[in-house]
Design a protein around this ligand. Structure first.
Ligand code: FES
Length: 104
C-alpha cells in the first residue's frame, strides 16, 4: 500500500541512515529523519489507533498535525501525534486501542 519513492528505496542504506525502533514490541526500522507516522506506514502499519466510541480504525492522514488520526503511545506516553515526532533509536511505539488510560 505505502512504499517509498523508488529513488529513495534504492539509495545506499548505511547504519547511519537507519533507525531501529519497535512497533508494539516488534523490531522495526526507519530512515533517519522519518516521522513516527511515516515510519509506521513504511513498516506496513496503517492503523495506529481505534476510536474510543465506535472502535473505528484510524491511521495517519494529513501528516502535518491537523487530523489527530496518528495518535500513538511513544515510550509510554499516550496520545502523541506520530506525524509530529521524529523516530529515534530504541523508541518504543505502541498502537492505541480504545480510551486512553489515566496516567498514560
Ligand atoms: S497524521 Fe494528521 S495529525 Fe498526524
Amino acid at each position: 500500500m505505502f512504499r517509498r519513492l523508488p529513488e529513495i528505496e534504492t539509495a545506499a542504506k548505511t547504519a547511519a541512515e537507519t533507525v531501529a525502533f519497535t512497533i508494539d514490541g516488534r523490531a522495526a526500522s526507519a530512515r533517519t529523519g522519518d516521522s513516527v507516522a511515516a515510519a509506521l506506514l513504511a513498516n506496513g502499519v496503517v492503523t495506529c489507533r481505534n476510536t474510543p466510541v465506535s472502535g473505528a480504525a484510524r491511521g495517519p492522514y494529513c501528516m502535518m498535525g491537523v487530523c489527530f488520526d496518528c495518535l500513538v503511545t511513544i515510550d509510554g506516553t499516550g496520545n502523541r501525534q506520530g506525524c509530529q515526532v521524529r523516530v529515534s533509536p530504541g523508541m518504543a511505539v505502541e498502537t492505541q486501542n480504545g480510551k486512553r488510560e489515566v496516567e498514560r
